[in-house]
Design a binder for this molecule. Structure first.
Ligand code: SF4
Ligand code: F3S
Length: 104
């Protein structure tokens, strides 16, 4: 499966939603997550994210992000259509500590 990681927070471009063939993205206030049981591992979303926030779970160190994606995919609503990104999305690209401050 692929997972959404911290740099999505407050960037939330939603380009990923447009390309996913199985609509397995779920929307929180400041980030999206992928439902690990629904993702078919096609990989098309990874290069589409302007914030480089989507990674395959085969990369090392992503266990906690995989858990977070699984946990919130069943709590948050499904999103199937891209909306406009936040007006300040660019200002948050690459900023550290976003999870602690803004995860929602
Ligand atoms: Fe959707 Fe494919 Fe990305 Fe999985 S890897 S979330 S199926 S676009
Ligand atoms: Fe987030 Fe990137 Fe999608 S910033 S909403 S994972 S396009």
């Amino acid at each position: 499966t692929y997972v959404v990681t911290d740099n999505c927070i407050k960037c939330k471009y939603m380009d990923c939603v447009e390309v996913c063939p199985v609509d397995c993205f779920y929307e929180g206030e400041n980030m999206l997550v992928i439902h690990p049981d629904e993702c078919i591992d096609c990989g098309v979303c990874e290069p589409e994210c302007p914030a480089d926030a989507i990674k395959p779970d085969t990369e090392p160190g992503l266990d906690s992000w995989l858990q977070l994606n699984a946990e919130y995919a069943v709590k948050w609503p499904n999103i199937t259509t891209k909306k406009p990104e936040p007006p300040d999305a660019k200002e948050f690209d690459g900023v550290g500590g976003k999870f602690e401050k803004y995860f929602s």
